[in-house]
Every structure is written in C-alpha cells, then in structure tokens.
Design a protein around this ligand. Structure first.
Ligand code: NAD
Length: 492
C-alpha cells in the first residue's frame, strides 16, 4: 500500500470526461480539526454540469452501456486493486476532510471502498439470465426472457459522514450494471471523490463513465444535476429534507430515485442482557464517528431493573473517549464535521436541558488547547429524564448524543422503539434468543441487529422505511435500481 501523491491536494478540480475542470468559481474546504484551510474546490456551474452529463452520455453510447458483464467485473476488481495501492493517499484525503481518527478511516472507510467494488464484481457475475416458459390461458405458449440494461446517466449525491464508503457503495453497482455516473460529493468532503477520479483513470475506466461535479445543494451543483434533463436516475444519501427537495426536483421528469435518509435509531436493552458486552456495543453505536452515522443509536430504551447500571456504565465509557488529532493513535473520537454542524448539535443540547433533561455526562464544548480551538469539537453526551413526546427524542441530532429511557415490559419496549417517523435501524440486546428474533422482527425498520450493531454482509438489503428512505441497496437489491429490464416475449 504505497502512497503516491500525483497532484496538488489543496486544489480540487471537477472531473469531466476524464479531464480536470478548474474553470469558474471556487469555495474553501475548512478543517473541522482546527479551522485551517484544507483545499480550494472548483464549484460546478451550469456549463460544467452540462459537460459532465454529456460526457456520461457519450461514454454510454461509445460502448460502455453494452460492454460485456465479465469485462466490467474485471474492471471493478482493478479499481479495488488500485484503491489498495493508493490506500494511504485515500486515508490522508478522508482524514483531512473529516478529522476522523486514523484507525477508523483505515479500518472502516477506505477498506470498505475496495470491498464495495469487489462485492459488486461478485454480485454482477452471479446475476443469472431471467427467462421462463409460459402456458397462457387461451392455450398459446410463450418464451419470455428479460434483458437487463443500464438505466443510463445516474446522478450520485452523497453526504460527508462516510464520504468514500457511501460514494463507492453507489458507484460500484452503477458501473457494474453499465451506467455512467455524475457524482456530487458533499461540499464538506470533496477530496476522496476527486482522488477516485484519478484511480478510475489509472484502472482503465473509459473517459466519461465517472464524472465529478463539486458544489453545494440549492442553487449550485446539487440542484443543477437533479433538475438536468439528461439525468436518468438519482441515487441520494443524506438528510430527509434534502431527499424531499430532490424528489420535487425530479418529479416533472418522473425519474427513479433511491434514497438513504436520516434516522432516529433505537436500542432496546432487556434486563437479561450481557451487561459488559451491551455497554461496549452501545458505546460504539452511540459514539462511533462522533455519532455521525445514519445508523447511530440516539434512543436507548432500558428495562427498568438495569436502567441505573446501563446509565452509569455508558456514561463511564463516554468519559473515557479520547478526543484529539486524527493522527494521534490514542484518539478515539474526532470533531463534528464543521462548526456549523456543531451549532445545530449544541442547539439540541440546549433544547434537551430546556425540555427538562438530566445530563449524565457531557453537554458542552471540551477545552482541548488553543491549537484546536478553531475545530468543531463537542463532548460525548448522554441524558435521561425525557420521553418520546420531546423533540430531542424525536428529531435526528447526528452527533455523539443519546437519550436513555426506561421501560417495563416487551410490549412497551416495542411500542416506544417504533414510535417514530423514521425507520432505519434498531438494535436489540438480550440473552433470550427467541425474544431477540421476535423483537427484531417487530421493529419497523430496514435493518435490525440482535446483540450487535452495524455488522454488515454487503449482499444483504440496506435501507430504511418511513422518513428513512426509499428502496434498498446491497447485492442484487442495488442491481435492481441500476438496471432496467426489457421483457422479450416470443410466441411458440
Ligand atoms: P445533506 O442532505 O445536507 O447533504 C447531502 C448531499 O446532498 C450533499 O452532497 C449536499 O450538497 C447535497 N444537497 C443538499 N441540498 C441539495 C439539493 N436541494 N439538491 C441536490 N443536492 C443537495 O446531508 P449531510 O448533512 O451531508 O449528511 C447527513 C445526513 O445524511 C443525516 O441526515 C444522515 O442520517 C444521512 N445519512 C443517511 C445514510 C443512510 O444510509 N440512510 C447514510 C449516511 C448519512
């Protein structure tokens, strides 16, 4: 895994048709660690977005859309190999943009990026042809088969919390199915998507198959891409309100959307649970990536007999987290993504207190010394004393924050956990296996874990219900979104 930096990483271009584009205005990417300038980023205007969509269309027409599946699978593996070779460059890019601890970026973000491409190379190879013989009611017989084709030019819009992981989770299946993509990374994390453009070129991906347009949402690259006539589908991960705006933007042209949106995820802890293992699991599900994971636990329902033990044990683990510079091996917890996001998280901490919360630990901005004063630091925070009627227990905060709430029996636990407009993920902690299955199946969510959290087989369906999204990603579930079947029927 040798690092090789081939260009100035402090100036980030858009990437269109295999070429860098630096025309037009630019914006600054600021470090969440200390407020320093990370990079100056070219912002895509109408002209660049038009050029990106046209480049994608040309690539499809030049043969990418009809290229053999085996060839595309081999290319996906070459991209994964090249990600491994440039592992250190990608780690540095993600760390610069997000301030995440080194170990997290290495073990989760960048490792998963390579795995995403390998997983979809396997999935596309395993996808068989769909054909069937029919006897129709009037006595005629027919042979039906379905030909899978790419949808076309897909807009890929992703957030800042797991930038490369979430980007490649969409780009890998899109390319596996023969689509061309126009990617809009978050304005907060432009680096790794730009570096991936180099990696794609090095791996031999045809020009125009992978394009990057940088910028913001409304009035910028995000809106320009979702309202563009040349886009055939939109896949989006981000906030629920943004998903709603994108749905309105594509509605006049009736384009398919795949949405992975926000969550307000519950954990349900029964009194028979293995306490130490559960506390470790809850600490991870609440504080990993400074709580900036869509699957993160923000509501913890605990059976009353062990409520005080869980509250005390989790608060102790929260206090042990080490906030600090990402490259320091002792660091467990980085900053929030930006000072702006911290303002939002802090407003929820203030609101919780106003609603009557009893703060168990945290609740403020830590003093980490003058050189980190400009960063977006926040203390891991837990509180009790609120219930499902309070805004802070209903709205997604997206920080290292959870509310602990007691319950008395299984029915009440299920009712409280499901009492939300979101429906992304849930975790059930119990030593009673039957109850684990039973309660997990009753969770109104896309993903329910028992005695673990965020354990993923990439072929299993990923996504949410309610305000948490539309559709599922993962394995063949992704292939369904990124391909369009044409049924051919022959009378025999
Ligand atoms: P966001 O919705 O603010 O931004 C996401 C992306 O959309 C960014 O690239 C942004 O520039 C773009 N965007 C914003 N407004 C737009 C518009 N009107 N048109 C087109 N594009 C627009 O989300 P965020 O703050 O970057 O990310 C945090 C959110 O993402 C949280 O709500 C979190 O739960 C969610 N998320 C969900 C999942 C999941 O799989 N369900 C995974 C990660 C994050």
């Amino acid at each position: 895994m040798t690092g090789e930096q081939s260009r100035d990483v402090t100036r980030l271009p858009c990437w269109v048709g295999g070429r860098e584009v630096t025309d037009g205005p630019s914006f600054d990417k600021i470090s969440p660690v200390d407020g320093s300038l990370v990079a100056t980023v070219t912002e895509a205007g109408q002209e660049t977005v038009d050029a990106a969509v046209a480049a994608a269309r040309r690539a499809l027409d030049a043969g990418w859309a009809t290229s053999p599946v085996g060839q595309r699978g081999a290319l996906l593996r070459r991209i994964a190999d090249r990600i491994d070779e440039r592992f250190d460059d990608l780690v540095a890019a993600e760390m610069r943009d997000t301030g995440k601890p080194l170990s997290l970026v290495r073990e989760l973000d960048v490792a998963r990026a390579a795995m995403n491409f390998r997983s979809f190379a396997d999935t596309i190879a395993a996808e068989g042809m769909d054909s069937y013989l029919t006897d129709l009611a009037d006595g005629r017989k027919a042979l039906n088969y379905a030909v899978s084709k790419p949808v076309g030019v897909v807009a890929v819009i992703v957030p800042w919390n797991l930038p490369l992981l979430l980007l490649t989770w969409k780009v890998a299946p899109a390319l596996a199915c023969g689509n061309a993509v126009v990617v809009k990374p978050s304005e907060e994390t432009p680096s790794s998507a730009t570096l991936l453009a180099e990696i794609m070129a090095e791996a031999g991906v045809p020009d125009g198959v992978y394009n990057v347009v940088h910028g913001f949402g409304p009035g910028s690259a995000g809106e320009l891409i979702t309202t563009h006539r040349g886009i055939d589908a939109v896949t989006f991960t981000g906030e629920t309100s943004t998903g709603s705006a994108i749905m309105r933007a594509v509605a006049p042209r009736v384009r398919p959307v795949s949405f992975e949106l926000g969550g307000k995820n519950p954990a349900v802890v029964f009194a028979d649970t293995d306490l130490e293992r559960t506390l470790d699991g809850l600490a991870r599900s609440t504080f990993l990536n400074t709580g900036q994971v869509c699957l993160a636990t923000e509501r913890i329902y605990v059976e009353r007999p062990i409520f005080d033990d869980v509250a005390a044990g989790l608060a102790e683990r929260a206090r042990k987290l080490r906030l600090g510079r990402p490259e320091d091996p002792a660091t467990t917890t980085g900053p929030l993504i930006s000072v702006g996001h911290r303002t939002k998280v802090r407003s929820y901490l203030d609101l919780a207190v106003a609603e009557g919360a009893e703060v168990l630990t945290g609740g403020g901005v830590p003093d980490l010394g003058a050189d980190l004063d400009g960063g977006a630091w926040i203390e891991p925070t837990l509180w009790t004393g609120l219930d499902n009627t309070h805004r802070t227990v209903r709205e997604e905060i997206f920080g290292p924050v959870a509310a602990l709430i007691p319950f008395d029996d299984e029915e009440e636990a299920v009712r409280l956990a499901n009492d939300t407009d979101y429906g992304l993920a849930a975790a059930v902690w119990t030593q009673n296996l039957e109850r684990g299955h039973r309660v997990a199946q009753r969770m109104r969510v896309g993903m329910a874990w028992v005695n673990t959290w965020y354990l993923r087989d990439l072929r299993s369906p990923f996504g949410g219900t309610g305000l948490s999204g539309i559709g599922r990603e993962g394995g063949r579930h992704s292939l369904h979104f990124y391909s369009e079947p044409t049924n051919v029927c022959i009378q025999l």
